[in-house]
Design a protein around this ligand. Structure first.
Ligand code: SF4
Length: 294
């Protein structure tokens, strides 16, 4: 179990000081006055993917027929658009993606474009100047990457991260916190981000869907640790203590936790859990608006 008691002051300060991730700025999730906040608008391209990650929610949505059709979802007055929340957007290739972004910018003006990708097909020179934030998923280091994704592409992704670091955008590596599975990998990934010059390391808590649960348990996931919010923040702090990279956690979790810190003694939050077991199939709650024909 975690040793928070001896160092809870350090943890408290870490949670107070840590900054909101670039990707979360302008998201309703960080506005505590909104009762049912929605994620930024997104442009969905495909639900297909070239990887087969053991925690993937796109696969679950596909199986349950709740996966989104291609197109734009959300407010027609966006400040930021995520491409995309499901599947691997670069399966269509960088040229077609560049075309879609250009059309989105034509329609919405100077909107921030956040690309979420596994990085394998990313050619930064073809997207340079079009994307503002590039978030590359990396959940395991070396051999563990292969075990978690089913594909031997770790070195390829590392090469791409170098290109992201040198491009004119905010470079982010996003890792899912899977206690019992990737504990040792997270610090290694964060140290590598520091060496490469990646701007942010974004630690994301895992959502466990019943369709993935058996695979995750077999791989060693410790569900009680995955549910503990303090364990999550402690992991983020340990990564920050070991790597000179900006460690970030989801803005919505951060602002809500800080609000609780205003109301309760920090010691009273030690045993606060999040429900990591997802009960509903993943779906987009924003309205579908249009699709850009290719
Ligand atoms: S992590 Fe939360 S705050 Fe950040 S973009 Fe997603 S929903 Fe919004």
């Amino acid at each position: 179990m975690i040793d928070v008691y001896t160092n809870y002051n350090g943890l408290k300060k870490f949670i107070e000081k840590i900054k909101i991730p670039s990707h979360c700025i302008f998201c309703e999730g960080i506005d505590l006055t909104i009762k049912e906040p929605k994620h930024h608008p997104s442009y969905e391209i495909t639900t297909a993917c070239n990887l087969n990650c053991i925690f993937c929610y796109s696969n679950v949505a596909l199986k349950n027929k709740t996966a989104p059709k291609p197109g734009y979802y959300g407010s027609l007055n966006p400040t930021a658009i995520t491409i995309s929340q499901y599947g691997e957007p670069l399966l269509i290739g960088c040229e077609k993606l560049a075309y879609i972004i250009e059309r989105l910018k034509e329609r919405f003006g100077d909107v921030r474009i956040d690309l979420q990708t596994n990085g394998i097909f990313l050619e930064m020179d073809r997207l340079d100047g079009l994307v503002d934030i590039v978030m590359v998923s990396l959940d395991g280091f070396g051999e563990n990457y292969v075990k978690l994704t089913g594909v031997n592409a770790f070195d390829k992704v590392v090469g791409v991260l170098n290109d992201v670091a040198n491009a004119d955008c905010v470079g982010v590596v996003r890792s899912i916190h899977m206690p019992g599975i990737n504990d040792d990998d997270l610090v290694k990934i964060a140290k590598m981000c520091d060496e490469i010059g990646i701007d942010e390391f974004f630690l994301q808590p895992i959502s466990i869907y019943k369709e993935n649960k058996e695979k995750l348990l077999k791989a060693g996931l410790k569900v009680n640790r995955a549910e503990s919010l303090i364990e999550f923040f402690k992991t983020a702090m340990e990564i920050q203590n070991n790597a000179d990279v900006n460690v970030k956690v989801p803005g919505c979790i951060l602002v809500n936790f800080r609000q609780l810190m205003q109301k309760y003694e920090f010691e009273d939050l030690m045993f606060l859990n999040r429900n990591s077991i997802a009960t509903a199939s993943p779906t987009i709650r924003r309205e579908w608006r249009f699709v850009i024909e290719l």
